[in-house]
Design a protein around this ligand. Structure first.
Ligand code: SF4
Length: 569
């Protein structure tokens, strides 16, 4: 190797020496230590698991010398968020048997379990595969869960989008035999629980991608999967009731690192139009260009958005075209112009109905106030239909007969869960990442804090007459941006202990980045700061102007002046 070869990041070296993600995970599973070593922690992500520890107990543990309380987060890959009732029931059983008894619906339409002990990891992953689900490639430097509009609609448009979701999932799945060897083979007898896996990685190669890769498929009138935040987005182009192809968008990504000035959130750019037959091939070509040219020296700038920023979209497109082997044509004029969260009752087109139930921050739990898991169990047992998870961390129950609508609603209310109609608009359009106590990167609270922030906003919004207005409020415990904060109308991003960066100016369409309105806002004044923005919006908005558009039009400085001057509700 030339001495001029760029220095690889440590994770690249770990991947390279891992024998296709095997590492020494097998040996470590068998030992009696309660956590994995640093190298295997990196490799486990590709298998769908992050090592975490209970950060609430760190202080006590330090005092008593008990050490960290380690556990594993296990994330599933559920393309398009489609899951059958019996699978959901099994997952609810699993979270109670081996997890911390809750489950989280993520912002990428999948499920994750928390609190799995290292000793139970093999049993957990094996069980998930036995119910025909998987954790492979739910995390790691590979293509992750493919998102797709979860609405159940009869007709070719949604069927074609769902088919593409499955084809992309299949075509871009890692082929390492390590997954089957580690999790689906009996360690004593060597007997395989399930067959599968291949000898090599024809697409990824031994070091996989420089960084994670995300794909989403949307319709112009319905950007519910947030297409501009994806590395690769497919915007369906529909003519005469059928999809004739897709506008391909590239280079979206939310994560930033405050200490690294060169990092930034980016919205995906329009690159080319492809026919349905070209849709999988273009993904493979794009992935290869990123595989071979993405930055493997610095993980902070390894996402594809940085390659596109360095090269410019024209050069990137030319490289993709070369790899694809066919001339690319320009995008059609079709653009995003709507967003449907699919909550409440919607007709499917076959005489049946879907019901979207808002799940606050995607957390499924039972307590004395409300029993979300029990609700899901009751509906799954009663209707035995398909469930779809949304990109806003909620669920859609499909294939409900009109005559059964009241029965479904009563199964929700008898478990003290508010229906979508009983949920305020601001709560319905909010979302947060997990953050504390399990996420190792969290700087501040997020999921545990956002509900009380929303509590504090509901009454003022009502007084201002804004309670029916639709806008997005998103919160994350660090700038990594897992809940896609940077294109929301308003967002709180954890910056320092108990302090947040307040962003304003994105929008529910997802096609505009927000700006930093105020930095290092202490937790105890966050609600007041947001109410002041609402008051300024109410007093100064133009006819039909959305909250994010208003914040963008007036800009940061004038927003601060208007927010100070506007009468509070
Ligand atoms: Fe953790 Fe940060 Fe992602 Fe939240 S945004 S889950 S704190 S990495």
């Amino acid at each position: 190797m030339s001495t001029d070869a760029p220095k690889l990041s440590p994770v690249e070296t770990i991947k390279e020496g891992s024998d296709y993600l095997k590492g020494t995970i097998g040996q470590e599973i068998a030992d009696s230590v309660d956590h994995f070593d640093k190298s295997n922690i990196q490799l486990l992500k590709f298998h769908g698991s992050y090592q975490q520890d209970d950060r609430d107990s760190r202080l006590t543990a330090k005092k008593t010398g008990a050490g960290k309380a380690y556990s594993m987060m296990v994330r599933l890959r559920i393309p398009g968020g489609r899951i059958q009732s019996d699978q959901m029931l099994s997952m609810l059983d699993l979270c109670e048997r081996l997890g911390n008894s809750t489950m989280k619906i993520t912002t990428r339409q999948t499920l994750q379990l928390h609190g799995i002990l290292k000793d139970d990891l093999r049993e957990t992953i094996c069980y998930i595969n036995k119910i025909a689900l998987s954790t492979l490639a739910a995390c790691g430097d590979v293509n992750r869960n493919v998102m797709c509009c979860p609405a159940k609609r009869i007709g070719s448009i949604h069927a074609d989008m769902e088919k593409l979701t499955d084809e992309l999932t299949e075509a871009l799945a890692p082929q390492t035999p390590a997954y089957h060897e580690l999790w689906l083979t009996d360690p004593e007898s060597g007997e395989k629980t399930l067959e599968g896996g291949g000898p090599i990685e024809p697409l990824y190669g031994p070091t996989y991608l420089p960084r994670k890769f995300k794909i989403g498929i949307a319709l112009p009138e319905d950007n519910c999967i947030d297409i501009y935040t994806q590395d690769l987005g497919y915007l369906a182009v529909v003519r005469d009731g059928a999809i004739i192809g897709y506008n391909v968008l590239v280079g979206g990504g939310m994560g930033t690192t405050p200490s690294a000035k060169k990092t930034f959130p980016a919205l995906a750019k329009r690159m080319a139009f492809v026919t349905p037959n070209q849709a999988v091939g273009i993904a493979q070509a794009i992935l290869k260009v990123q595989r071979d040219n993405g930055n493997r020296g610095d993980r902070k700038t390894a996402r594809m958005k940085y390659l596109i920023n360095d090269w410019g979209i024209e050069k990137f497109r030319a490289e993709v075209e070369k790899c694809f082997g066919e001339p690319l044509v320009d995008c059609t004029e079709d653009e995003v112009h709507g967003f449907d969260d699919h909550m409440g009752w919607q007709e499917q087109g076959d005489g049946k109905w879907s019901y979207g139930l808002n799940i606050e921050n995607g957390r499924l739990y039972d307590n004395e106030d409300q029993q979300l898991k029990a609700t899901l169990r009751a509906i799954c047992r009663e209707f035995e239909t398909e469930i779809r998870m949304t990109g806003h961390q909620s669920v859609i129950f499909t294939d409900i007969d009109g005559a059964d609508k009241d029965k479904l609603i009563s199964l929700i209310t008898q478990h003290q869960v508010p229906t979508t109609e009983q949920t305020s608009t601001v709560r319905r359009w909010s979302m947060s990442c997990v953050a504390l106590p399990t996420c190792g990167l969290a700087i501040t609270e997020s999921e545990r804090r956002l509900p009380s922030i929303i509590d504090g906003l509901e009454a003022p919004l009502s007084k201002l007459g804004l309670d029916k207005e639709r806008f997005t409020i998103r919160m994350t415990g660090c700038p990594n941006g897992c809940a896609r904060p940077y294109n929301a109308d308003l967002a709180l991003v954890g910056k320092a202990k108990g302090k947040y960066t307040l962003y304003a100016g994105g929008g529910w369409l997802g096609n505009r980045l927000a700006y930093v309105y105020k930095d290092l806002v202490p937790d105890d004044v966050v609600v007041d700061e947001i109410i002041a923005i609402f008051a300024a919006y109410k007093a100064n908005r133009e006819e039909g102007e959305s909250l994010g558009s208003f914040c963008t039009r007036v800009g940061k400085d004038d927003l601060a002046v208007l927010a100070t001057a506007a009468p509070r509700p």
